[in-house]
Design a protein around this ligand. Sequence first.
Ligand SMILES: [Zn+2]
Length: 171
Amino acid sequence: MGLLLVLLLGIEVPAITVRLDNDAGVRRADLEFAKSRAASVFAKIGVQVTWVEAADVIASHIQPPLTLVIANGNVETGAGLFVDALGIAQPGVRRAHVFYDRVLQVQTLRPAPMVLGDVMAHELGHLMLLSHRHSREGIMKAGIERRLLALTTFTKAEAEEITACIQALAD
Ligand SMILES: [Zn+2]
């Protein structure tokens, strides 16, 4: 019995629940695509992301540890805004914003819901990667990927830090 428990714990998948506020009114189909795209970025490093939308949070009374707000760029975040930023992360309050109006203006071959999903994953990354900000490659690259359609993900070091952060949030 004990051994079985150890085996079960041994294969436990790191999982994080994220509150998602669609303040920008992104169309349902586009939002679902973006949610699944962002979750796929994390799935590539073995992390399971579960999205909980505002109405479900109110119904369940459970506040997820991280919040992602999809808003428009004129929103007040209290942390200052960079004109060229598609999103902004505030690790201190475990909340990030993605600016949908700016996402729609990115000149790219990629469809907007794909860009949205990648920016969501990038900003969520900032909430869990406190030791550094950007990488030269992968999803945490500083610049937006304009041509590549393929899914990019976190580096090995980033993946380890994210897993450790999820563990800390769960304790
Ligand atoms: Zn960034």
